[in-house]
Every structure is written in C-alpha cells, then in structure tokens.
Design a protein around this ligand. Sequence first.
Ligand code: PBG
Length: 326
Amino acid sequence: MAFPSHRPRRLRSTPALRRLVAQTSLEPRHLVLPMFVADGISESRPISSMPGVVQHTRDSLRRAAADAVAAGVGGLMLFGVPRDEDKDASGSIGVSEDGILNVALRDLAKDLGEDTVLMADTCLDEFTDHGHCGVLDATGRVDNDATNARYVELAVAQADSGAHVVGPSGMMDGQVAAIRAGLDAAGHTDTVILAYAAKFASGFYGPFREAVASSLRGDRRTYQQDPGNAREALHEVQLDIDEGADIVMVKPAMAYLDLVRAAADISPVPVAAYQVSGEYAMISAAAANGWIDLQTVALETLTGIRRAGADIVLTYWAADVAGWLA
Ligand code: PBG
C-alpha cells in the first residue's frame, strides 16, 4: 500500500476542487454594513481611527447606502451622531422624530423600500450628554428599568421611521421583553429584534467612540460583560431568546469566537457576530504598514467568524467584501 494512505492534499490540487469542497461560505448577503450619519455637517467627515469609514451627511448616506445595497450586502445598521448641543441626560434626540437617526431611517426607507434590511442601533449612548447607554439614577448609576422604558420609546420611534430591525445594544436586563411588548403595543408586530445578547466591555470599541463623538468618561462595566465570563454569556443569550429575540448577537467577534460557536450550538434563532471598530482598525493599521494584506486578512477573519457559527456578520468591510467577491 502506498504511504501515506490519506492524502488530504489531493482535494487542494486545483481551484475547482478547492471550490467544490469549501465548507464555509462567505457571501455578501451574510454581511451587514454599520453606517454613521451625523447631524449638522455639510460634508462627510473621515473617522481617523477607521480609515475608509466616515460620518455621513444625510445625502452621502443615501448614496453610500444605495451603493452597498446594489453591491449585495445583506443589510445596513445605522448609528446616529447628533449635534453636541442636542444631547441631554435622557437621550431625547434619539426618540425625537427630528433626531438624525430617525430622519436618516426615513430617507433610506423611502429610497430603498424592501430592497434591503434596514437596522437601527437601539441605544442611548450616542444621544446622552454623559455618554452612557442608559439614564442615570440619583447616585449616577445606570438605572435598568428606567432605561428600558426609554428603549421602548426609541425602538418605536425607529420602527415608525422605517427600521425593519431594531438592535438593542445597551445590555439592560429585560430589554428585549420590554421592547417586544412596546413594539407590539404600537402595532409593530413585524419589527425584528436583533439582540446584542452577549456584549462584552471591550477595548475594541475604542474607534467607535470617535466615530460617534462619544461623551463617555469612564467605562461600561456595570452593564457590559466581563471578557472572561463564558457561562454568563450563554445565560444572556438564553434570556434574550426566552424574551423573544429574533436574532441573537455576540460582540466583539474575533476575541469571542468560542461564544459564537457556543451560541450557534444552542440557539434556535439566527446568530450574528459583530466585527467591531477596533478589529477593523487593527487590521487596517497593520495593512497600512504593509505588514499584512488587507483583503486576505479581512476575508480570512470573516470566514473564521462564519466558520465559528455566525449566520450574519456585521462588518465595516461589508460593501468592500461584496466588491471583492464579485
Ligand atoms: C452602543 C454600541 C457600541 C458599539 C455598537 N453599539 C459602543 C459601546 O458599546 O461602547 C460598538 C461598535 C464598534 O465598536 O464597532 N450603542
């Protein structure tokens, strides 16, 4: 008998064979593009820590969104950046129909209709003057239940504005149940909840804070999870499923692939993972130095996140990937 008897290299010998046996697929439809839209700017503004990503004006957002959808991305996740003077302690501008996020949702809903899946970040941090994801109690702590009441108003405003999907990302206990009940009561029974179920207090959100001009001082450790806690992450995923989440998400992605896998193993609903700003920045910076090849590494990381079990991946490269794979 010839030695070795098992020759896995045989299946790697031509591009056609490799294509035939490729186990994990990465397609534009799997990818969601997060986008930032800012109030009070007349030109789109680069985000220095995220080369290639910008704060959009209403108009530039409409063009970029149409391009991304034409390229085939699976959906768009919108973040609003209000003017500093419009921020207050309870994030009122997020709920207001004149708030930039709700205005932009209406623009895109009108432009794109059902050609894409329009998602909105359902959180207060972009809108509060203290930068926390919730409202504060008298002692300065984030008040869980008062925050949930605000999230309901936010979610309803976003659904009213045309969001197909709301994405509660504040990690309050009971936020999914509260939002589901609030949406249903407002007649939005078909609005999907993409729950940031296991979201960690991560250094990888650093560039995002620049992207949304965050007012935060301090950290989010009283509501976001401790990076070492796997069991708790699965508990959070299970709670969100029980509360009615339609999709559950793990975030960040690359440092938490074990939890993407674990969530995929137990979840009866689709699982998403968010390749966050710091993951994008880190790879972009290394590539800008000529140390790694951007496209190769971006595709490799996204394939890895899919292989770990993510059905959907949020990534700032979503539109680029659609172009690369075309
Ligand atoms: C909260 C929110 C954050 C991100 C998405 N939603 C910031 C945070 O939790 O501090 C981070 C996304 C990224 O880093 O790309 N609204």
